[in-house]
Design a protein around this ligand. Sequence first.
Ligand SMILES: C[S@@+](CC[C@H](N)C(=O)[O-])C[C@H]1O[C@@H](n2cnc3c(N)ncnc32)[C@H](O)[C@@H]1O
Length: 270
Amino acid sequence: MITLKDSEFRELTGYMKANYGINLKEKRILIEGRLSNLITEKGFTNFSDYLKFVFEDSSGDEISTLINKLTTNHTFFMREADHFEYFKDTVLPYLESNCKTKDLRIWSAGCSSGEEPYTLALIIADYFGTQKAMWNTKILATDISLRVLEAAEKGVYSGEAVNTISRYWALKYFNKIDNDNYQICDQIRGEIIYRNFNLMAEIFPFKKKFHVIFCRNVMIYFEPKTKMELINKFYDMTETGGYLFIGHSESVNKDETRYKYVMPAVYRKG
Ligand SMILES: C[S@@+](CC[C@H](N)C(=O)[O-])C[C@H]1O[C@@H](n2cnc3c(N)ncnc32)[C@H](O)[C@@H]1O
């Protein structure tokens, strides 16, 4: 394994924090483990030469590979299930009654390989049923890792992953494509718009505000200041009456946010 010198560690962690909000200060071993093979494959023997090569690459491909390696993308269908229950039982009925234009604007920020936005799309499809055609319910799903975005767009999941969801969903919305893989059907895939978007971007280039923002298990590695700045931006991008869902391990100081606390990890713009 190629080890990091202190100066290389500082350079890399500083870069990831400044540009993507991700604090890897406690993750020295993880960085070495995830990058060593890649560095060797690229023909380098140390981090300094590799990093120089990455930062000088104007195509953006090498940065993209680095991000793919250093982000943590663990996710699964129906993760933190009480959020989805609340979304189905409270948020959707509220939006159905109050969104007169019938265009729901939902954002899965830090969507990883798609399980979160697809779970939302499945709930929406069931909720609206035959009325669905009268609604625009497209979900925006964004991430900084192109690798996971590609996987999300394909919507192919292992039998093991599909076994964790209800049999009803598995039969209705997934097609078996080979011995162990299933693809989510086109109808549901077409409900998600995937985009590469860095949540650290100064400007959020969205024309309209969102009714619901899911940003769960993304800010775990963010510094408190970075997290609060992001939550403030989310607030500005939320419709009045709209909701923010964060991960259960990502508390927000109630005194620091303009959102109103609803239940653990759920906030609302009053
Ligand atoms: C652990 S996954 C969470 C997936 C899903 N939201 C969930 O709760 O299961 C975190 C995702 O956030 C993405 N991420 C981290 N920093 C980001 C940033 N600055 N901008 C956009 N996405 C980011 C990572 O690439 C990763 O796919």
